[in-house]
Design a protein around this ligand. Sequence first.
Ligand code: SAM
Length: 415
Amino acid sequence: MAASRLAGRAKAALPLAARLCRQADALAADGRTDAAERVYRAALAADPTLAGAHNNHGNVLRALGRPDAAAAAYRAALTCGLELALVHYNLAAVLRQVGRADDAAAAYRRALVMQPDYAEAWNNQANLLRDGERLRDAAVGYRRALAVRPDWTDGHDNFATALYLLHEGGEGEEAARLARAWRRDHPDNPMARHIGSAIIGDSAEERAPDAYVRQTFDLFAAEFDSKLAELGYRAPELLAEAVAASGPPPNGDLAVLDAGCGTGLCAAALRPYARRLSGVDLSGGMLAQARARALYDALDEEELVAYLTARPAAFDLIVAADVLCYFGELSGAFAAARAALRPGGRLVFSVERLAEADAAAPYQVATHGRYAHREDYARAALAAAGLSVTAITPDTLRFESGEPVIGLVMVAVRP
Ligand SMILES: C[S@@+](CC[C@H](N)C(=O)[O-])C[C@H]1O[C@@H](n2cnc3c(N)ncnc32)[C@H](O)[C@@H]1O
C-alpha cells in the first residue's frame, strides 16, 4: 500500500486502533493471551503502523508458542520505526527458538550496540553461544552481564555452568582463570565463592555455604523433578529399598525425618512408615514443591544440623537422599543425627563415592559444587559419632553426561 494512502487510513482509524490496543494490553496483562492476540490483530488491521502494538503482538504470539509469527511481528515493529534495543532483543529470542542462530546473534549484536548495559541481552547472547559450544565466548558474555547486574542469581548460575562445561571440555586452566576473576569481582557472592573455589581447586570449605545451597535450589526448584528424572535419578528409590531391608515392614508408627527433603521425592515411600513425617530443607522454593504433595505433617525451612541439634531423641528414622553431597566434613552432621535419633533409630543416607585409589583426601568437592566421600572416611566418621554401620551398598545414583554417578547407600543405627 502507498505510504500516503496508508497514512490517511491510519489517521482516520487511529481512535479505534488506539482503543483496541489498550484493550489488548489489558487482556495480555490479565494473562488472557488468546483474546489479546485477536484484539492486537484487530488493532493492527485498523492501523498497521502502530509499532508498539506490533511489538506487544509479538510478545503474545511468543507466549502462544508461535515464534515464527512473533518474529514477523517484531520485524514489523522495527519497520514501523520502533528502533529499540528491546525489540531486537525480543526478535533475537524467537529467532534462537526457531533455530536461526546466526540471525539471532545478529539481532543480539544490534541490541547491544544500541544498549551496551543490557544485562539480559549479554546473558541471552551468551546462552546462544553456549548452545553453539562457544564456551569461552559465552563465559565472557555472562561476565559482561554480571558487570551490569552483579546481584543477578541467574547470571551467576549461568556463569557457573559455563565454567563447569569449559572445565569438563578440557579447558581447566581457562576455567580457573575466569573463576579467579569471578571470585575477585564478586567476593560476597556465594556461587562465585563456592563454585569458583571448586573450579580453581583451592576450596577450604567444610561444606557448601547455606546461602549457596539456598540460592541454587531456589532457582532449581520448579524444574527439579523433571531434570532429575532426565538424569535417571534413583537416590529416593535406593534409600526406600534400604529402609525396607533394614527394619520392620511399614506400620505407620515411626517418627520419620526427611532431611534435606527438597521437593519431597522421598515422601511417598516414607509415608507408610510414619506416624509423623517431617521434612527440613534450606530452600523455601524446594519446600513449596514439597508442601504441594500434602504428604508431610511438618515442613521446616532450616539448616539441617541446627534442626537436628535442636531435637534430641526425636526420630526413629532419618533419611537423607543426596543431601550429604553438600557436606564435605561429615562428623558434625553425623553427631547431630545421632543426638536426634532414639536408641535403635536408623540413619539412612547416600553419598557420592570418591574412589580411594583416586584421592588422598577423605572428601573432595567437584567443579559442579558437590562433594564426594571415601567409604573408609564415611565409616570412620559414623563410628566416631557413635553410630553403627549395618549396610553399605554401592549403586548408581544418577547419570551425568551419560556416565553413571556411583554412590554409597548407607544404613547406620544408634545403639
Ligand atoms: C539434591 S537435593 C535432594 C532432595 C531430596 N532429598 C531428593 O532426594 O529429591 C538436595 C537438597 O538438600 C538441601 N540441603 C543441602 N544442604 C542442606 C543443609 N545444610 N540443610 C538443609 N538442607 C540442605 C537442598 O536445599 C536440596 O533441597
